[in-house]
Design a protein around this ligand. Structure first.
Ligand SMILES: NC(=O)c1ccc[n+]([C@@H]2O[C@H](COP(=O)([O-])OP(=O)(O)OC[C@H]3O[C@@H](n4cnc5c(N)ncnc54)[C@H](O)[C@@H]3O)[C@@H](O)[C@H]2O)c1
Ligand SMILES: [Zn+2]
Length: 308
């Protein structure tokens, strides 16, 4: 099976995994890429290069749900939902690009401490950083957006949920078979035997944890900068995108690849594509509809009849 490289950024500042809640901008080159992360990136040649030219048309923008989207929602059989950090924003998880700054933790840029190279260089520091983030996330609960998507499992003949988030909030809301493109902060895996373990119960002040099976060192089971996506995850998402009638793109800045190509695949294959985001993104022009607003307010409305 073809391997898929780690997330790449088309136009944004940085990519990777959850941000720190409080941070300041790190140094960036004029082209917007972090100096540190540059070697780990595939950089698209131009910000619009990945778009299909035929899709460069303005989408219909609504701040409330349209009759058309309700019609699509009522008649769809196969639905794909791609979520990003924005779907968890109303739970209190900071988005990565919210405010445009990139976090620095103890003087180390976010994408350096969250890199494959750092695993080799300083595994205890990587765990200290992940334990800090696990502790922040531990108290957070799913919001109405996660809950709405979870309810959709029973509504459509097939619902594929693909997330870039590592926070586990979709599963906490009851979503099953979530395709996690970037792993999960509540799991760790063993360097030696490859076993995956639930680390939800692990103390936050523990150093490098040991494998429950073989005693080897564990690492967070998330995709770090410079790493491949989990085997098969993108392929399964892409196959579902080929098949779906309706595709929602929720709370993603759509600059991290290959995740952002999933709605492009759905669109090419004939699906109706709807974006839910308070801001426009590089994918907005590709979508049939852009619903401008917070996911936690918009998604629950889709199950209700439009009042127009
Ligand atoms: N919760 C998490 O696990 C988490 C958090 C931050 C970043 N990340 C990781 O960082 C990378 C960043 O890419 P990304 O596109 O997911 O996030 P991003 O931070 O780049 O973009 C967040 C997007 O969400 C939108 N948004 C903000 N509030 C929203 C709301 N209430 N409802 C709907 N949309 C809202 C923003 O306008 C923005 O477009 C991903 O690889 C992801 O793995 C994960
Ligand atoms: Zn092991």
């Amino acid at each position: 099976m073809a391997s898929v490289r780690s997330p790449t950024v088309r136009e944004g500042i940085h990519c990777g995994s959850p941000a720190l809640p409080y941070g300041r901008a790190s140094d960036t080159k004029a082209n917007g890429y972090c100096i540190e992360s540059l070697p780990d990136r595939e950089i698209a040649s131009c910000s619009g290069a990945c778009y299909h030219p035929n899709f460069h048309m303005p989408a219909v923008a609504h701040s409330i749900t349209s009759e058309r989207v309700h019609e699509q929602f009522a008649n769809a059989g196969r639905v794909l939902v791609l979520t990003g950090a924005g779907v968890s924003a109303e739970s209190g998880v900071p988005t990565f690009r919210g405010g445009g700054n990139t976090a620095v933790w103890k003087g180390v840029p976010f994408e350096v401490i969250s890199s494959a190279r750092m695993l080799e260089r300083d595994l205890p520091a990587v765990w200290e950083w992940f334990n800090y983030r696990r502790e922040l996330l531990a108290a957070l609960k799913p919001n109405p957006a996660h809950e709405a998507i979870s309810r959709w499992q029973d509504k459509f003949s097939e619902l594929t949920l693909v997330t870039q988030n590592i926070d586990g909030l979709h599963q906490a809301a009851g979503s099953r078979h979530v395709i996690e493109l970037h792993g999960n902060i509540w799991r760790a895996r063993c360097f030696d035997c490859g076993a995956r373990h639930d680390v939800r119960e692990l103390m936050f002040d523990q150093g490098v944890p040991s494998c429950f099976d073989c005693g080897g060192h564990l690492r967070p089971d998330v995709v770090l900068f410079g790493e491949m996506l989990p085997a098969g995850a993108f392929e399964r998402a892409a196959a579902a995108a080929q098949q779906c009638d309706l595709c929602f793109v929720v709370g993603t800045s759509a600059v991290v690849y290959p995740a952002a190509s999933i709605p492009e695949i759905a669109r090419s294959a004939g699906a109706y594509v709807v974006e839910v985001n308070p801001e426009r993104t590089p994918l907005s022009d590709l979508c049939h509809e852009v619903i401008t607003g917070n996911a936690g307010e918009i998604l629950p409305l889709l199950c209700q009849k439009p009042d127009r």
